[in-house]
Design a protein. Structure first.
Length: 323
């Protein structure tokens, strides 16, 4: 898998080039249920203006860079996208220098494999791209880090794809408390667990859903269920309960040092090679928000980045188990 790291302070030619490259693939995915299954442009833009008004100018700029087409603009709104599932494990190690660690388990053929650093609207953000401006994990220059896991429920409702919600949090929030308020009010189209850690060592996990209020918890661990397992076959297949229990043991009973805790994400039961079923571990991300440091890890390989010294480039990564 070819990974890239791209930096562009303002929306411009680099982002436009990425969109032109990725859009044919995203368009096929976005239209898989037919054009009529997706909301119209005005409805989508109104939804952003209602729930995330601060980023409307950014959305408009990106739509222009994408060519101004109707379908591209609707796709970029992330409003009521096609449903999608992922695996994932994430946890906060609360030692001397708190760290947010996560595994992203997903289909390698439906993934940006892109680390994106932006300075949009005066806020520096670094993270793992989804949909070319959404994020599945990331960190901003205020020292706020964030990550998502699928919540293990089949309910689909009216709301946004959660990667855009993560982008919005990092564009507008500086603390875990502020992030929690946003996560509690912005609607999501599926159930997700979103974990945030700030520079003052405060953290929370928001259990978001389209059909019930968001539950804000002080959980330091999130896998692929919420308070209770509701989708039993998915839970068994992804071993969500076992992974959660394993992480809790590592944080409490064993109290691993930082390196040992991070390295545990690169081995079973957290590390998955179930790529044939679409749930293999594509990478491990490590965020140290107080130090403004990020790492992307694979077995035997570490790609470090920092907010102040971000290095563009590419890496051809061999992922065990991936075709």
């Amino acid at each position: 898998m070819l990974w890239r790291a791209v930096s562009e302070d303002l929306p411009g030619p680099k982002w436009a080039g990425l969109f032109a490259e990725y859009w044919p693939h995203y368009r096929r995915w976005w239209l898989k249920e037919g054009d009529g299954a997706r909301p119209k442009y005005l409805e989508s833009r109104r939804a952003i203006a209602q729930h995330m008004p601060e980023i409307v100018p950014l959305y408009d700029s990106l739509c222009d860079l994408a060519g101004g087409g109707d379908q591209a603009a609707r796709f970029l709104s992330f409003h009521c996208p096609p449903p999608y599932l992922s695996g994932c494990s994430q946890a906060i190690w609360t030692g001397e220098e708190p760290v947010l660690v996560r595994n992203y388990d997903y289909n390698p053929n439906a993934f940006d494999s892109l680390i994106l650093k932006t300075g949009w609207q005066g806020r520096r953000v670094i993270g793992t791209s989804d949909g070319l401006w959404g994020l599945v994990d990331g960190m901003n220059d205020a020292g706020l880090a964030i990550s998502l896991t699928f919540g293990g429920r089949r309910v689909v409702g009216e709301g946004f794809g959660v990667p855009l919600i993560l982008r919005y949090v990092l564009q507008t929030c500086e603390t875990a408390k502020e992030a929690g308020a946003v996560l509690a009010r912005v609607p999501t189209h599926m159930s997700y667990n979103v974990t945030v850690l700030d520079a003052k060592r405060q953290y929370l996990t928001a259990m978001m859903a389209p059909d019930r209020p968001t539950l804000i918890t002080h959980a330091a661990v999130a896998t692929n269920h919420q308070e209770n397992v509701e989708w039993v076959s998915h839970a068994r297949f992804t071993a969500t309960v076992e992974r959660e229990r394993y992480l809790l043991h590592r944080l409490t009973l064993h109290r691993d040092p930082e390196d040992k805790f991070i390295n545990a994400f690169l081995r079973p039961p957290l590390y998955s090679t179930a790529f044939s079923a679409g749930f293999g571990t594509l990478y491990t991300a490590v965020y140290r928000p107080r130090l403004q440091q990020m790492e992307v890890r694979w077995p035997g390989t570490v790609w470090p980045q920092t907010m102040d010294h971000f290095h563009e480039g590419g890496r051809d990564v061999q992922i065990p188990g991936a075709a």
